[in-house]
Design a binder for this molecule. Structure first.
Ligand SMILES: Nc1nc2c(c(=O)[nH]1)N=C([C@H](O)[C@@H](O)CO)CN2
Length: 116
């Protein structure tokens, strides 16, 4: 299957389980891999025959900015379900990365694959 990628989408939002995280925005990074057969779009050169990654990016930004989850798991799951409902994506892989300070500056990351 062909893939359409949307990588390195950085969005500030409220996320986390600790008191300070409930009033301080943090920058999350999203990477999205979407299954899509690109041949019809390539033949017609028509945006309506493909997944518009610009429209998808805008939906992700709006969704994440309005959210205030505690866990990255919940955000990833709800975001994936929203994308499957709003767009004709047959299957997606979503990577969500969050900066954390555990032993120096680290990155926590979650990767989920979901399909319709
Ligand atoms: N599996 C998870 N573990 C942790 C999460 C999480 O969302 N999923 N969150 C935190 C804190 O919010 C942390 O990110 C603050 O730096 C800790 N563990």
């Amino acid at each position: 299957m062909d893939k359409i990628f949307l990588n390195d989408l950085k969005i500030d939002t409220i996320i986390g389980i600790y008191d300070w995280e409930r009033h301080t925005q943090q920058t999350l990074t999203f990477d999205l891999e979407m299954d899509w057969d690109i041949r019809q779009a390539a033949e017609t050169d028509d945006i309506s025959n493909t997944l518009d990654y610009g429209a998808i990016a805008q939906k992700i930004v709006n969704f994440v900015k309005a959210s205030d989850y505690q866990l990255i798991e919940t955000l990833a799951e709800d975001l994936a379900q929203m994308l499957l409902n709003e767009f004709s994506i047959p299957k997606l892989k979503l990577t969500l990365s969050k900066p954390v300070a555990l032993h120096g500056q680290n990155t926590a990351r979650i990767v989920i694959e979901r399909s319709k």
